[in-house]
Design a protein around this ligand. Structure first.
Ligand SMILES: [Zn+2]
Length: 167
């Protein structure tokens, strides 16, 4: 008798599960927007640099850990990155940095030298790329003050040309 009741119960439960399971799956798919990342999905990243306003767009290989993810899962994985477009054909991400892009350099006067820094790609940090000794006495008060605050150049050649006049 117990076995028989158990059999009926599991039958009822089975019918219940069968009726409700498709709804659950459909709801999940609707949430995800359907598309997932495939091996063939193109990955494009737009790097926006706030200080110079330049946008650098790069296409890269899809990281293995992104494959199979839907938009929500990808969003959960990425911190500080906007998903501009999401489809199985193409994913476009956008990263913003409070910095200059790699084209520009910054020059600072420090301990009798001019230090030239460049903003690292996809980062808010600067790295020292060159230290050029100068004759501080050759600097005008204005140039000196400018270099203490930091002077921006459109490229390394322009910065070196400027520094040459004091060295
Ligand atoms: Zn720039």
């Amino acid at each position: 008798m117990t076995v028989f009741l158990l059999f009926i119960f599991s039958g009822v439960l089975g019918a219940y599960m069968a009726r409700h399971a498709p709804d659950v799956i459909q709801a999940k798919e609707a949430d995800a927007g359907g598309d997932t990342i495939l091996l063939s999905t193109r990955l494009i990243t737009r790097y926006e640099y706030e200080l110079c306003g330049h946008v650098i767009t790069e296409e890269s290989d899809m990281p293995r850990e992104y494959i199979g993810l839907n938009k929500q899962e990808l969003r959960a994985l990425l911190d500080g990155v906007s998903i501009v477009k999401f489809s199985s054909e193409e994913v476009i991400l956008e990263e913003r940095y409070d910095c200059y892009c790699e084209q520009h350099v910054l020059a600072y006067l420090k301990d009798g030298s001019i230090e030239i820094y460049r903003c690292k790609h996809a980062s808010d940090t600067f790295e020292l790329i060159e230290r050029i000794p100068i004759k501080e006495s050759a600097l005008s008060i204005e140039s000196r003050q400018g270099l203490i605050r930091g002077k921006v150049f459109s490229g390394i050649t322009e910065a070196e040309e400027y520094v040459k006049s004091f060295s």
